[in-house]
Design a protein around this ligand. Structure first.
Ligand SMILES: Nc1ncnc2c1ncn2[C@@H]1O[C@H](COP(=O)(O)OP(=O)(O)OP(=O)(O)O)[C@@H](O)[C@H]1O
Ligand SMILES: [Mg+2]
Length: 421
């Protein structure tokens, strides 16, 4: 899905510098009219650019020749993806001089000179990924910036994510379907990444481009957020929002942000709610090729409320009913809370993390898979997502235990153990 309104002020961003220290051009500048002023009564918070100056020595600076060699001259066969910024290649780089070791497999993103994103986002990404450090954010290994006679070259070198993006697994039927547990773990990891950006850094970072294609997956399917080109600093003390040009991706951006340009961390929370529904339903937030009534996911899901009997109908058929219905209802309710109209009433990302942790824990011990639950679906408790009574569950488990296949035996044993202790 493509970005919108990227680079309203693109002409201003063309510069000749080759290092990412563009003092007057970063997204982290406080140059916009309603940008919060610094608080006079507390210690002045540092800006990302200042923190970057202190920490960025961790980043490796590559020559263009090194990256050309790493990708066999940007060979088409090594291309692993393409977005608004440009193409992404798989490559192999040598360890740093004096560091013995195997060559390192990396992902190299090369700025497309005619792309709708560009140099300014490249700078933002280098500055931001140069200072953050969290298991759910992709690691930037280094960058390359050359301003030659033939124009500018901007590249980013990341750790290689073997399982590409969540988008590749949820929507691309060429890949095996993701299991329910894996979907929950991925969304929990992504929520932790956002909570870190919003709540755990010296300054708040608003990500602004949360979507399935920006959630990368490593060899163990751990989620890592990527693409920080649109991110920016949140409001400082005494201010509720940052005023900014509206950028992001259609189908994911919060309506209040689109209407007013007022950006808060709750804009990311909205986008998180959208992706939660994508993960539940296996449908994209916007699918123009479907009948009109089904094109917009958020309008569609309103017809299947989390508490209703028909809720299960919109669940992704690729799950083959192998999920806990009550857990799915709780996730849908969490998504609904992220998608409330009033931004301030949406949960914070750390609250989202807490809810998802409970759902993950509960789905290990709570409900049997949906395919064994059809006969208890009439229960009013089940309809509103409340746990069914222990006695009822025990008799239900006894009934289904005869039918368990190999895949579900482990889950069943875990449930039994949980009831015994
Ligand atoms: N570090 C990485 N490791 C492995 N694959 C990657 C990595 N970074 C990106 N990719 C692959 O390249 C694809 C394109 O990524 P990119 O971020 O350029 O575009 P996008 O997210 O699809 O779109 P947009 O430009 O609108 O954000 C990703 O969906 C993913 O499959
Ligand atoms: Mg991306």
């Amino acid at each position: 899905m493509k970005c919108f309104n990227h680079f309203k002020d693109r002409s201003k961003t063309r510069v000749q510098k080759s290092a990412p220290t563009l003092k007057n051009q970063s997204k982290f500048d406080q140059s916009e009219p309603e940008r919060a002023t610094k608080s006079s009564c507390s210690t002045t918070p540092r800006r990302i650019t200042e923190i970057y100056e202190e920490k960025a020595h961790n980043l490796r600076v590559f020559t263009f020749a090194e990256l050309r060699q790493a990708t066999n001259n940007f060979n088409r066969l090594l291309k692993i993806g393409e977005g608004g910024f440009g193409c992404v290649y798989k490559g192999t780089i040598k360890p740093l001089q004096g560091n013995p070791g195997d060559p390192l497999v990396v992902a190299i993103k090369k700025l497309n000179k005619d792309g709708c994103q560009g140099h300014k986002q490249w700078v933002t990404e280098v500055q931001l990924l140069g200072v953050v450090d969290h298991p759910n954010l992709v690691r930037l290994i280094g960058y390359c910036a050359v301003d030659g006679e033939r124009g500018i070259q901007r590249l980013l070198v990341y750790e290689y994510m073997r399982n590409k993006s969540l988008e590749d697994h949820i929507f691309n039927r060429a890949n095996p379907a993701l299991s329910w547990d894996r979907r929950l773990q991925i969304m929990l990891g992504a929520a932790e990444g956002l909570a870190y950006l919003h709540e755990e850094l010296e300054i708040q970072i608003i990500y602004r481009d949360f979507k399935a294609s920006n959630i990368l997956l490593d060899e163990e399917f751990n989620a890592k957020l990527s693409d920080f080109g649109l991110a920016r600093e949140g409001p400082t003390a005494g201010h509720t929002h940052v005023s900014t040009a509206v950028v992001g991706t259609y189908g994911y951006a919060a309506p209040d942000y689109i209407e007013t340009g007022h950006l808060t961390s709750k804009s990311d929370v909205w986008s998180f709610g959208v992706v939660l529904y994508e993960v539940l339903t296996g449908r994209r937030s916007l699918e123009r090729e479907r009948p009109k009534s089904e094109q917009k996911l958020l309008e569609l899901v309103k017809q299947y409320p989390a508490d209703s009997r028909k809720f299960g109908t919109i669940m992704d058929s690729r799950l083959e009913n192998d999920y806990s219905l009550s857990a799915a209802r709780r996730v849908a309710k969490l998504a609904d809370s992220c998608l409330v109209k009033s931004a301030k009433d949406r949960p914070t990302m750390s609250q989202v993390v807490e809810v998802l942790k409970h759902v993950v824990q509960a789905s290990c011990v709570e409900s049997p898979p949906m395919k064994y639950l059809e006969d208890v679906e009439d229960s009013p408790a089940e309809q509103i997502g409340l746990p069914v009574s222990v006695e009822r569950r025990m008799s239900h488990l006894a009934k289904i235990s005869e039918n368990l296949d190999g895949v579900n035996t482990r889950r069943f044993l875990m449930m039994q153990r949980a009831k015994v202790t």
